[in-house]
Design a protein around this ligand. Structure first.
Ligand code: ZN
Length: 338
């Protein structure tokens, strides 16, 4: 669905300095500070990393026309994460812009924001402007949408800026991501001379993500278990692989509402055969084994500990249809830009 970026409104002039100052600080707030994502922290995706380094970092190194690259693929494939790594490794200032950052309810403000964005990016030593969900801003006009005059102006303003890259803009690379590349405006598609497919993670990558997520969590899993889980996650996105590990860790904290309490810490434990029934909203202690029966949500903040994470904690969350990207969707991505 197309997000509405603006509307006719306002009797305001929209050109005064105070307003420009506000818009400018909105634009500056899209800069990602403290960006410390390294390439090593991005599991797998070696082809994508290489393509991005070629498209964005090489031109910077050799002082050539800055790159314009479009990254496309299913949602949740870690596109934003990898772009942060590219910005970090190339020591670029990273602007992360979404449709909501460009949008405005005031007529004419969106174009102004685009202009200010490129203006601010040029003031930095070298910038990467990353536009996430590009299709939310620039839909294909041939799709019969009821495009209005304002949409046309926003598009024109964006094209004007990116057309200046290489001519009078020499220190701003533009990277964009989309989950629906085929819905993009054709002129916009055309301007991105590098199109990079971010596919679903392969088996080894899924395995590395699981292992990375489990780092620092006590667990009983061996390499075969990780292999088995990675196979079962065939078709999962990076996000889905990561969330399964997070859910498993959560299971290891929830236990069966039965905890051993020591030094103010609660650690999941097993029931003895004399343990009382757990009762909601109450804290019951077993006379025999000393286990506390309490909901994990009633345990004081910061005092919940986990038991070792088990294979079963993963398996119980791996429901059929856990993976959201179907074969048909995958083929549609693979077929685009062929
Ligand atoms: Zn007991």
């Amino acid at each position: 669905m197309k997000r509405k970026l603006h509307a006719f409104n306002t009797g305001e002039d929209g050109r005064d300095n105070e307003e420009t100052g506000e818009l400018r600080s909105e634009i500056l707030s899209t800069i990602k500070t403290n960006n410390t994502v390294t390439m090593a922290a991005v599991c797998g995706m070696n082809d994508v990393k290489k393509a991005l380094l070629d498209a964005i970092v090489l031109p910077k190194t050799f002082a050539q026309r800055p790159g314009l690259a479009l990254l496309y693929g299913p949602p949740g494939t870690g596109k934003t994460h990898i772009i942060r790594a590219v910005a970090h490794v190339s020591k670029c200032t990273l602007f992360v812009v979404k449709a909501s950052d460009i949008g405005s309810k005031y007529h004419g403000q969106s174009e102004k924001k685009i202009r200010l964005l490129f203006e601010e990016a040029q003031k930095q030593h070298y910038s990467i402007i990353f536009i996430d969900d590009l299709d939310c801003i620039f839909l294909n006009r041939d799709n019969g949408s009821n495009e209005d005059e304002d949409d046309r102006k926003i598009l024109a303003s964006f094209l004007t800026e990116i057309n200046r890259i290489g001519d009078d803009i020499h220190n701003v690379a533009v990277l964009a991501a989309t989950n629906r590349p085929w819905t993009l405006d054709l002129a916009v598609q055309d301007r991105f001379d590098t199109k990079i497919y971010a596919p679903l993670p392969g088996l080894e990558t899924r395995k590395s993500i699981l292992k990375l997520q489990m780092k620092g969590h006590e667990n009983d899993l061996d390499d075969d278990n990780f292999q088995h889980l990675a196979q079962a996650l065939q078709g999962a996105t990076v996000r889905e692989v990561g969330s399964l590990a997070k859910m498993a860790c959560l299971e290891s904290m929830k236990g069966d509402n039965t905890y051993a309490e020591a030094n103010g810490k609660y650690r999941p434990t097993l029931r003895c055969n004399r343990c009382p029934q757990y009762q909601e909203d109450s804290k019951v202690k077993c006379d025999r084994c000393g286990a506390i029966h309490i909901s994990p949500y009633d345990v004081p903040d910061g005092s919940l500990e986990c038991r070792s994470v088990k294979m079963d904690d993963f398996v119980k969350n791996l429901k059929p249809n856990y993976c959201s990207v179907t074969d048909e969707m995958r083929q549609q991505y693979e077929g685009w830009n062929k």
